[in-house]
Design a protein around this ligand. Sequence first.
Ligand code: FES
Length: 110
Amino acid sequence: MAESQFHLRIESHPILDFGDREPLTFTFDGQAMTGREGDTIASALHANGIKVLGYHFKTGRPRGYYCAIGNCSSCLMIVDGKANVRTCTELLRAGMVVETQTDRGMPDVL
Ligand code: FES
């Protein structure tokens, strides 16, 4: 499968060796995407140009990759049908179904 046209992945680094990592396919909101072995879900989405990972449950404002260490809850998504998964710390697996978490069912407070 071809990589996304929004490919933002760093391929080389002066100090770190990324090595050869297997490509992994997954879906994001029904769209086929490719990540690499060792990616977190959020890093794979970022490499594919996806910046909005969900929406705040009260305000509806877009939320994205922020702390990247599992502390802020800005990256909560639905993964394989399970809600509130911190995608910045969850490793990507082949065939994962990743969905944007919306404010479905929440009162409109705007
Ligand atoms: S980006 Fe902060 S918990 Fe995931």
